[in-house]
Design a protein around this ligand. Structure first.
Ligand code: ADP
Ligand code: MG
Length: 400
């Protein structure tokens, strides 16, 4: 889909550029009464046409800020050169006003502000030159009403700024929308994959569990063996629970039961669960939780979210560093913060969070954060990351 779009865009681009080049070349040969063919002016004009032609044709191959800047600079040179080479053509002044519009076509905000500033400076010098040195009155149409022309120029720049503001805003929105569609597409494919795998694993588990239940009631086994069977069955139950959690993400159940989750007790039980996990590298989990805060959600899912985030925090921490967990209410939100002083993440890494299978750990699955984002979105919550590489990470979870 994306490729198709860029191909269509490329065709349109080349068509437009061909028309522009044809017009520039025509300008070079048609109505060239003002200067001779071998004049330096004509050579300069030809040279600028050639350079612009090459740059415009090369651009789709090297879509860089540098090339865009070069094109804009040569566009300035070109339009100001023809303005001074052919004083009789009054309409050249219109082109000068609209040079910054090229930056709008490139969808480059820095370049746009740059060209607006440069154009204003150049026009000021041009007007001063015409006012003071244009003795032959070649630019009489400007000279006669200088103030009017200045007002016109300012008006044209304001118009361009307005157009830029509108198109830029719309383009940004569209880009964001496109990113979201891509992300949800990715989630759907991994969801289906996960569902298929989970389903395949659940079947053999059921068979094994069935046999164990059978043996548990079999008189032939002694008490000790039966206790072991019970343990195995319990573990299998947990595995089944995890799998159904997973399946619930793959095909979200709209009318699944929500309950009032006590954040304090949820955090407490998750911290207890992970205590042994943290102890092994001497990371203490410090809870600082207000009483009586509640979220309308599914208890298991909230715990799953907290486990994933706390586990990441422990895994990122150095030996002995504490993990701080705070929870409280802010305006209409319940806010839970998980703070660690571990590895931290760069901007790039932060952007990749939530992408299925994105993991920097040798034994990581890269699914934890995706599951967290899914659960948060389901209850209209948000998860925010603040992180500095080498210093640590603060995860802020908010629920209405
Ligand atoms: P996994 O834990 O299986 O690698 P996750 O989706 O839970 O998958 O996390 C993805 C990646 O995000 C991790 O591999 C890690 O690099 C990074 N990450 C997540 N949380 C933190 C954190 N608190 N500090 C530093 N890095 C983190
Ligand atoms: Mg994880």
């Amino acid at each position: 889909m994306e490729e198709l779009y860029t191909q269509i865009n490329k065709k349109i681009y080349y068509l437009t550029v061909c028309i522009v080049i044809t017009i520039m070349v025509m300008g070079l040969f048609v109505g060239n009464n003002y200067i001779g063919w071998h004049d330096t002016g004509f050579v300069l004009h030809s040279l600028l046409v050639a350079i612009l032609t090459v740059c415009l044709l090369l651009y789709p191959k090297y879509v860089t800020h540098l090339l865009r800047t070069i094109i804009i600079i040569f566009a300035f040179c070109y339009f100001y050169t023809i303005f001074f080479l052919y004083p009789g053509i009054g309409s050249n002044f219109i082109f000068l006003c609209f040079i910054p519009a090229i930056a709008i076509l490139f969808f480059d905000s820095k370049l746009f502000y740059f060209s607006i500033v440069i154009n204003s400076v150049l026009i000021t010098f041009t007007f001063i030159y015409i006012k003071l040195f244009d003795d032959e009155s070649a630019y009489f149409y400007i000279k006669e009403d200088l103030l009017g022309n200045v007002v016109n120029f300012i008006g044209s720049q304001a118009l361009i700024c307005f157009i830029f503001y509108l198109t830029y805003g719309r383009m940004k929105k569209q880009q964001l929308y496109y990113e979201q569609v891509k992300q949800s597409e990715r989630l759907r494919t991994t969801g289906q994959l996960a569902a298929a795998v989970a389903h395949e694993i659940r079947n053999p588990l059921t068979v094994v569990k069935g046999f164990l239940q059978l043996y548990e009631n079999d008189e032939a086994y002694n008490i000790d063996a039966k206790r072991h069977f019970r343990l195995m069955i319990d573990e299998l139950n947990i595995a089944e629970e995890v799998l159904s959690q997973f399946l619930s993400i793959a095909k979200p159940n709209k009318n699944e039961e929500t309950e009032t989750v006590n954040v304090r007790s949820a955090l407490q039980s998750v911290a207890d669960l992970l205590k042994s996990y943290g102890l092994y590298r001497n990371n203490k989990i410090e809870l600082n939780v207000e009483e009586d805060i509640y979220i309308e959600a599914n208890n298991m899912e909230i715990k799953q979210l907290l486990v994933n985030i706390l586990k990441n925090a422990i895994e990122a921490s150095k030996i002995g560093d504490p993990i701080m967990v705070t929870a409280g209410t802010k305006k209409n939100f319940v806010e839970i913060k998980v703070i660690d002083f571990g590895d931290g993440m760069t901007e790039e890494e932060l952007k990749s969070l939530g992408t299925p299978f994105y993991s920097l750990k040798s034994k990581g699955t890269g699914l934890g954060m995706m599951i967290c984002f899914n659960i948060a979105a389901k209850y209209k919550g948000t998860i925010e990351f603040q992180s500095a590489k080498g210093k640590g990470t603060t995860v802020t979870i908010r629920f209405p």
